[in-house]
Design a binder for this molecule. Structure first.
Ligand code: CTP
Length: 405
């Protein structure tokens, strides 16, 4: 599901933002709202809270009785909402946007949550201005708009007509339907993976001890599933090979369910040569019990076997495929580390024959099972740190990089 962060600023047209919320929701888009203090004088945050079911961000504190969403996702208890808000959305739409807020954004001023979010946002920015005709035509406003356009900000032009102040001219907020249509067009998935075959491994593997017991790990599969869904939306022909996870199969993705590392290797080997991009997110168990007991091991009688489970190494799926890579194929690995992130990731890059390693720290509640991740992209060209973001957004950012390789 796509997310629009809707910025509402202090202007008589603020009430029309409610219609924008509704229009986006009807199109299946999730909406979160951030308001300036002045905007709250025109429409109460509770209105947007009721419409969106989401906490409404009005400052560096949160308002709204149900303001309970996990840390790191731009919700209650989030210590850095100006970072997380604009990075967890697919589009930051400011409607209506006053001359003052536009000027601040053009000047890089970040003196409240909305303008700080605009400065920190990685999502594309779209602005629907609304103001008095003379403010609109003022050279300062026009220069600010030109500056923002040059930086890639999209505008939904204000309409001509009768303005709240009694003047007639350009400055009236564009029709909410037109704003919704422009936002939906901006959200429409790029088809930059059309014609590309994408192979993704995900989730943990489980390595059985006996019919009732197994060894596994804490992988949730969320990153691999997010990548698969995003790649399919962008036109890729996607195969997802996954260990057992509590997630539904993504739409338009061939999903192959496996349990053990050896089953995962086999499924990948059958498909790797046809893939243009192969992404290995799975947390494959490094070892498996040397012997599988076809009957359940019992306390007492089997204490010795239960107390000493000998492990043998599993095949390294990424390294096996990295060695088999043909020119033109792009191979991406992940690295979960508790220390020396960059050095360990660089080692995995060369040892496993990958073109890119997406490295993250694990432990102390990080990455495993959460909806967010903060990663370092390590390639032969060096390391690039990405900020903390939702795994769905990380999938989009990662595929942006891979689509142009
Ligand atoms: N991987 C794999 N097959 C394995 C082990 C790992 O395909 N048997 C892949 C993972 O999918 C990931 C990358 O290799 O893309 C690195 O996995 P990670 O668990 O971080 O590293 P390991 O190789 O297991 O090394 P270590 O546990 O020593 O850090």
């Amino acid at each position: 599901m796509k997310t629009v962060l809707l910025g509402v600023t202090g202007c008589i047209a603020a009430y029309k933002a409610c219609e924008v919320v509704r229009g986006l929701q009807k199109a299946g888009v999730q909406v979160k709202v951030v308001m300036t203090g002045n905007a709250t004088a025109f429409v109460g945050p509770l209105t947007f809270h009721a419409l969106t079911g989401q906490p409404v961000a009005t400052g560096f504190d949160w308002e709204g009785p149900a303001a309970r969403v996990p840390d790191g996702s731009g919700g209650a208890g989030d210590p850095i909402p100006h970072i997380t808000l604009g990075q967890s959305a697919d589009l930051f739409l400011i409607a209506p946007c006053t001359a003052d807020v536009m000027a601040k954004i053009a000047g890089g001023i970040a003196d409240d949550l909305l303008t700080s979010t605009a400065l920190a946002a990685t999502a594309p920015l779209m602005i629907a201005p609304a103001m008095n005709v003379h403010m609109y035509e003022n050279a300062a406003t026009q220069e600010n708009m030109a500056k923002l356009r040059q930086r890639g900000v999209a505008f939904i032009e204000a309409d001509d007509g009768y303005l709240a102040c009694g003047d007639v001219g350009r400055g009236r907020l564009a029709d909410p339907d037109a704003i919704v249509a422009a936002a939906l067009e901006a959200l429409a998935a790029k088809q930059d993976l059309a014609g590309k075959r994408v192979l993704i491994t995900a989730g943990p593997t489980i390595e059985p001890i006996d019919p009732a017991r197994y060894i596994s790990n804490r992988s949730s599969g969320k990153t691999g599933f997010a990548l698969a869904a995003e790649a399919a939306e962008r036109g890729g022909q996607v195969t997802l090979v996954t260990g057992p996870v509590a997630l539904g199969d993504p739409d338009d993705v061939e999903t192959v369910h496996v349990e053990t590392a050896r089953e995962m290797l086999q499924a990948v080997e059958e498909r790797f040569d046809g893939a243009d991009i192969a992404i290995f997110t799975a947390a494959v168990c490094d070892g498996r019990p040397e012997a599988f007991s076809p009957r359940k091991l019992k306390k007492g009688a089997d204490d010795e076997a239960l107390g000493r489970i000998e492990l043998v190494s599993n095949p390294d799926i990424l390294a096996t495929m990295g060695a088999r890579k043909r020119p033109g194929q792009v191979v991406v690995g992940f690295a979960a580390e508790t220390e020396d992130l960059e050095a360990n990731a660089a080692k995995k890059l060369s040892a496993k024959g990958a073109d890119l390693i997406v490295a993250n720290l694990v432990g102390e509640g990080r990455a495993f099972g959460t909806d967010t991740n903060e990663v370092l992209l390590v390639s032969s060209e060096g390391a690039e740190a990405l900020p903390l973001m939702e795994k769905t957004r990380l999938a989009a950012v990662l595929l942006d990089r891979l689509a142009v390789l």
